[in-house]
Design a protein around this ligand. Structure first.
Ligand code: HEM
Length: 485
């Protein structure tokens, strides 16, 4: 917090008639000592200087540094400024003054220890589309109540029972790969992650309305990253119509579920809360959070899975070792004539480290946004109220202090736990990801069947695209072959 400025005491002097020379000297010396003492006292009572803004450039009037960020590789944008200004610097993006931070210590202050000073912030168009009552947009009691409910649906104890259902989705998907030569990895992973998200939200018993929800959701997604121009025919306008349609369909599903007292999945948890007479959630609060969770679960996991295939392809020795690990589990399964289990997924140390390293190297959420709710002083710098604050996860994940040779894909670095607050693929603090265990589980189950059934070869060129998450160029087209060939 900033100290309030106090007034500065001005020095004063005392003069009498001209005195004789010796007396003058003594008086002069006494005065000198007095003035010196006064000066020292004044020095102590002067308040500390008002903190300065962090170093950095605010760019051009109005446009700030937006063009620079959007016309160059965002990683270079951040790393160039970090090299020049250090771990906290200011800039101006999309009409907003921002402070970017790239040290674990400062990220912890923003996301954990002083998180009440920094509220989540999203463009109003995104809030409208997902639903303003979704968990992301809130702080305080409403947020913590919702977060507990959502988290309870995605704890290991809650998702353990869904391994077979996730496996069914994987097997259904991979069956369709058998007769295809080329696959667009990102498209396929999106379909897979969407199915798992639907499963975790609605459970295994799906009502007739669910098909309609799928179609409307696809339409909503298309408009999400479009210009927020609400005119007839624009993708944004179509997405907003789809959002209204989703409300209607969800309302009907909620009504049916109430009759059967809750049911499975997140929806069941949100409704059972109501039955237990705790803070009652309205239908629109439930709908906004159902859409919000599908949204948060789906593109993120699909993008990480796409990188997983890319990194394994580029590191054949690792792919070989992962395949060996998975083959051993497969042999045990076949001997016992059983499906994959939760316990199997806990016996995949190398595959788990490969996923951890993929999350670091891909850093698909390069940063997150918060907004200072009042003037905040940090490391002697001022972050004014209303400014955006961006903890840069990717910069921390690529710091050679915490991850030696950060550009090398090296899962063995996770044989030792990372230092506190240096590894944040799922965020940190009150808004950290409640779906991290589900995401890792669906990646492990997928990896098990993929590596024991198929080999793949990347076709097309290297490169990264942003849509909005960084993903391999063109969604990573691959050729697939049977693993036994
Ligand atoms: C690999 C996949 C995933 C990654 C990398 C990821 C990453 C993140 C990160 C970094 C945050 C924190 C954002 C912030 O602090 O502003 C977050 C929040 C969130 N994630 Fe995930 N996530 C993934 C998968 C999932 C899944 C599968 C679910 C569904 C259960 C999910 C649901 C959520 C929700 C609801 C929030 C908001 C929490 C809050 O605001 O309190 N995520 N995620």
């Amino acid at each position: 917090m900033l100290p309030s400025p106090t007034s500065v005491v001005s020095p004063h002097s005392i003069f009498h008639h001209p005195p004789p020379p010796l007396v003058t000297l003594v008086v002069f010396l006494v005065l000198l000592i007095l003035v010196h003492k006064l000066k020292r006292r004044n020095h102590h009572t002067t308040p500390p200087l008002k903190p300065r803004l962090p170093p950095g450039s605010m760019g051009w009037p109005y446009i700030g540094e937006t063009l620079k960020l959007y016309t160059q590789n965002p990683n270079s944008f951040f790393s160039n400024r970090e090299k020049r200004y250090g771990e906290i610097f200011k800039t101006h993006i999309l009409g907003c003054p921002c402070v970017m931070i790239s040290s674990p210590k400062l990220a912890k202050i923003v996301l954990v220890s002083q998180s009440h000073m920094f509220k989540p912030t999203y463009p109003p168009s995104k809030e409208k589309m997902i639903g303003p009552e979704a968990v992301f947009f809130h702080q305080g009691p409403y947020h913590s109540h919702l977060k507990k409910l959502i988290q309870s649906s995605f704890l290991p104890s809650a998702i353990k029972g869904s391994v077979s259902q996730i496996e069914d989705v994987v097997l259904r998907f991979l069956l369709t790969w058998e007769h295809r030569i080329t696959i667009n990895t990102l498209h396929e992973m999106k379909k897979y992650a969407f199915e798992v998200a639907m499963l975790s939200v609605f459970g295994n018993k799906l009502e007739s309305e669910i098909e309609g929800i799928r179609d409307l959701y696809q339409c909503l997604e298309k408009g999400y990253n479009s210009m927020p121009l609400d005119l007839p025919g624009t993708p944004f306008n179509k997405a907003m119509k789809a959002r209204k349609g989703l409300n209607e369909k969800l309302r009907r599903v909620i009504e049916k579920r109430k009759e059967m007292s809750g049911g499975e999945g997140l929806l069941g948890a949100l409704l059972s809360n109501e039955a237990e007479g705790k803070m009652k959630l309205s239908e629109s609060q439930i709908a906004d959070n159902i859409i919000g969770v599908i949204f948060a679960a789906h593109d993120t996991t699909a993008s990480v899975l796409t990188w997983l295939l890319k990194y394994l392809h580029d590191n054949p020795h690792l792919l070989h070792a992962v395949r060996r690990e998975q083959e051993e589990i497969r042999c045990k399964r076949l001997e016992a004539n059983r499906r994959i289990t939760w316990d199997d997924t806990r016996q995949m140390p190398l595959s788990t480290r490969v996923i951890q390293e993929t999350l670091r190297a891909a850093s698909i959420l390069s940063f997150t946004y918060r907004e200072a709710v009042e003037d905040v002083e940090m490391e002697g710098y001022l972050i004014p109220k209303g400014w955006k604050v961006l903890p840069l996860f990717r910069s921390i994940h690529y710091s050679s202090h915490f991850f030696p040779h950060p550009h090398k894909f090296d899962p063995s670095r996770f044989e030792v736990a990372p230092r506190p607050n240096t590894y944040m693929p799922f965020g940190k603090g009150a808004h950290s990801c409640p779906g991290s265990e589900l995401a890792k589980l669906e990646m492990l189950v997928f990896l098990h069947h993929l590596t024991t059934t198929f080999k793949w070869e990347v076709i097309g060129e290297d490169g990264v695209q942003y849509g909005p998450f960084p993903v391999p160029r063109d969604g990573l087209p691959i050729k697939v072959y049977s693993a036994n060939k």
